[in-house]
Ligand binder design. Structure first.
Ligand code: GRF
Length: 198
């Protein structure tokens, strides 16, 4: 099987991106990172891409706060098509995607969220779980649709909430689980979408 060409999109720290690129480098993930794209000019995720010698691009998002300007989203589609991307991996990308991307990559855009969806969508989901008095939370990988943290679930991993957990401690434990879950979900996608060698 050929390695699946992927793009990683993020707005921030890029810890999931780093974990994915490390697994690709070590041969544990049959993917090839073609490009890392960020809507934030100085996002650490772009620096991580450079560290791994992966092509990277800043995409000026335009005037909106929670979505890309339509022209920017069209530009993103063009960029990813030119890079031959077959799977788009969102890793802390803080913009909701719309028709241009969703039409261009149907069932080919995935996201990771730090809760057991459909519970606790939106920001700081680990704090929401704590505030709700849950004893178990976790993380979810799902296909992306037009709604925030919504779409068909691909995989989930439970994380216990302990009596003396602070938001920071719980978040850190979820992040460890996220890296494992995302790697295994991407591996699953590689199997599903890989093109055989001809
Ligand atoms: C991830 O932990 C994920 O839960 C959420 O955004 C976070 C991004 O973190 N979707 P990072 O940029 O991968 O460090």
């Amino acid at each position: 099987m050929k390695r699946l060409p992927i793009a990683i999109l993020g707005s921030g720290q890029g810890s999931n991106c780093r974990a994915i690129l490390e697994r690709i480098r070590s041969g544990d993930l049959p993917a090839e990172a073609r490009v890392v794209v960020s809507d934030v000019l100085d996002a650490p995720i772009l620096e991580i891409a450079r560290e791994f010698s992966v092509a990277n691009a800043y995409l000026p998002p335009g005037q909106f706060r929670t979505r890309l300007q339509p022209e920017a989203e069209e530009q993103l589609v063009k960029m990813l098509r030119e890079a031959g991307v077959h799977l788009v991996v969102l890793a802390g990308f803080m913009r909701v995607l719309h028709a241009p991307m969703l039409t261009a990559f149907p069932q080919r855009i995935i996201n990771i969220h730090p809760s057991l969806l459909p519970k606790f969508q939106g920001l700081e989901a680990w704090k929401q779980a704590l505030a709700a008095g849950e004893t178990v939370t976790g993380c979810t990988v799902h296909y992306v649709d037009e709604k925030i943290d919504h779409g068909q679930i691909i995989a989930q991993h439970e994380v216990q909430i302990l009596a003396d957990d602070t938001p920071e401690i719980l978040h850190a434990r979820i992040q460890v689980a996220e890296r494992e879950l995302y790697a295994s979900a991407i591996a699953q996608m590689c199997e599903k979408y890989s093109v055989p060698n001809v």
